[in-house]
Ligand binder design. Structure first.
Ligand SMILES: Nc1ncnc2c1ncn2[C@@H]1O[C@H](COP(=O)(O)OP(=O)(O)OP(=O)(O)O)[C@@H](O)[C@H]1O
Ligand SMILES: [Mg+2]
Length: 282
């Protein structure tokens, strides 16, 4: 393989169940379909990106747990090159995860620079890929900090609820902390409003906005790029088959177009918007 740019993107939110893994896997599918070499790094002990790409976590020789151990002082592990697997999808590789990754942070007492572990793990393979997509757990600690330090670009899937505003603020606070403590700045921040439902006939009649629409219009007023992904049964069906939607069906769908648009955005971002440059207001 030749030398690549190796752009890393973290799919992150401190809030759980907002669609991080689903967005990561589906965007990866469209990037790979367009001929990009893509690595999905499953950095979540739940291993959902692993199964979402058709890999059985019970049959793994090595996983991100072993790659993590390779960076823990006093433990031996393996380099990520031994962890990475091909998937059934052309151009798409996975660094799979298993549940014991969850205990890895407890083994770090003698390790220096604990938040730079993922960055160090990825360094040797960065040049082999056009895109490295990191599926981050809904964790507010070590996994999140490591993921943010390994990238300058994040995609934040949110659900259409009031708590989502809080989670956005929390994430921005983390980013601010990274700038302050490590001099590392997240330069592009893309929001994905996930699982939106269209306005009900009742609310149309009463000309009231439903919560999804209300949140969408509030998000549009901000400077961050916002993409809307509709609810779709295709998510369930494709995950059942261990495939991204791009490879599950050739039929055009609203949700497929939404993920393809996010993939296009990630390929186009070159003039980063600088965020956050001031302390959050809480
Ligand atoms: N647009 C969508 N349409 C239908 N179902 C969806 C959609 N997005 C996500 N889901 C479903 O919602 C659930 C949560 O999604 P997902 O696992 O991607 O969230 P997550 O943020 O990665 O969760 P976690 O915090 O546990 O890692 C899953 O069952 C997924 O299949
Ligand atoms: Mg997930």
């Amino acid at each position: 393989m030749g030398k690549k740019e190796g752009k890393s993107v973290a799919f992150a939110n401190v809030k759980g169940g907002t669609g991080k893994t689903t967005t990561c896997v589906n965007v990866a599918g469209y990037l790979a379909k367009r001929g990009n070499q893509v690595l999905v790094v499953d950095f979540d002990p739940q291993g959902n990106a692993t199964s979402g790409l058709g890999i059985d976590g019970r049959c793994l020789q090595y996983s991100m747990y072993d790659a993590f151990l390779s960076q823990c002082q006093g433990y031996s592990g393996v380099p990520i090159t031994k962890v990475i697997l091909e998937t059934d999808i052309e151009n798409l590789h996975i660094a799979p995860s298993v549940l014991n990754l969850g205990v890895a942070p407890m083994l770090l007492q003698d390790t220096k620079d604990k938040t730079g572990i993922l960055q160090r793990i990825l360094e040797p393979v960065q040049r082999f890929y056009d895109y490295i997509l990191i599926d981050v757990p809904s964790d507010a600690g070590l996994f999140l900090f490591n993921s943010l330090r390994a990238t300058e670009q994040i995609v934040v899937p949110i659900d259409p609820g009031i708590f989502s505003w809080e989670s956005l603020e929390h994430l921005k606070a983390y980013c601010y902390d990274l700038v302050q403590n490590k001099g590392h700045r997240i330069k592009d921040w893309t929001i994905v409003l996930n699982k939106t439902v269209s306005q009900t006939s009742q609310s149309r009649k009463s000309s009231q906005l439903n919560p999804s629409d209300e949140i969408e219009s509030s998000l549009q007023e901000r400077s961050d790029p916002v993409f809307v992904v509709p609810y779709s049964v295709l998510v369930y069906r494709s995950q059942q088959e261990g495939l991204p939607i791009s490879h599950y069906t050739n039929k055009a769908s609203k949700i497929g177009k939404a993920y393809a648009a996010i993939a296009t955005h990630l390929t186009r971002v070159s003039n980063f918007t600088e965020i956050p440059d001031k302390e959050p207001s809480f």
